[in-house]
Design a protein around this ligand. Structure first.
Ligand SMILES: Cc1cc2nc3c(=O)[nH]c(=O)nc-3n(C[C@H](O)[C@H](O)[C@H](O)COP(=O)(O)OP(=O)(O)OC[C@H]3O[C@@H](n4cnc5c(N)ncnc54)[C@H](O)[C@@H]3O)c2cc1C
Length: 163
């Protein structure tokens, strides 16, 4: 078994800022702007999730960060209003092989499903994660969908999530 843990943003982040966070990420504002001419997304962006947390270095946040940063970079060039980054509720879905999976929500990771039920959620997530690749209208529609629906959330709290 090889056990590997820990996360670290690319060293490229140092070219953007001298004030990196503890994961080597660039601080960004609510529009994901790091410098007047630079927007940051994904694992390199220390974006606020809420008043207490920054985003995780995971697909769950990297994907919507990329959508919003890309939108804002284009909008900035075109002189259009920028969009705020507003992540959905935080979840985790951990595959446990033959034991199924465990699905939690919230930063305190309350277990919402386990075993085969959670495995089904994991399978769905692994299908939703892939964007369309060969249809321009579908690609553009997917780019606009920053959040996707997940189970175990009240109607007004539908979540963004992957992996
Ligand atoms: C082993 C592993 C397992 C993971 N499993 C999960 C999971 O189950 N669920 C989950 O949510 N997240 C998971 N993650 C995290 C997830 O993959 C990342 O959060 C996500 O890919 C970050 O997206 P990104 O676009 O910021 O960076 P990346 O996907 O890393 O993309 C960065 C790209 O930049 C390119 N690049 C780097 N340097 C340069 C350069 N100088 N010039 C040009 N291009 C460059 C790289 O080649 C790469 O293609 C996992 C990560 C790892 C490493």
């Amino acid at each position: 078994m090889v056990w590997s843990v820990g996360m670290r943003a690319s060293e490229l982040a140092r070219q953007i800022s001298d004030e990196l966070d503890h994961l080597g990420r660039v601080p960004v504002d609510r529009h994901l702007r790091a410098l007047p001419e630079v927007f940051a997304a994904g694992d390199t962006a220390a974006a606020a999730f809420d008043a207490e947390h920054t985003v995780m270095q995971a697909c769950q946040h990297a994907t919507p960060l990329g959508k919003v940063a890309g939108y804002n970079a284009a909008a900035d060039l075109l002189g259009l209003p920028l969009r705020d980054f507003t992540p959905g509720p935080y979840v985790t879905c951990l595959d446990l092989g033959a034991a199924g999976a465990v699905f939690t929500r919230g930063w305190d990771r309350r277990v919402m499903a386990s075993g085969a039920e959670a495995k089904e959620v994991k399978k769905q997530i692994n299908q939703w994660i892939h964007p369309p690749v060969d249809d321009a209208s579908q690609i553009l529609a997917a780019a606009d969908r920053v959040s996707i629906e997940l189970p175990f959330f009240p109607r007004d709290e539908k979540a963004v999530a992957t992996g």
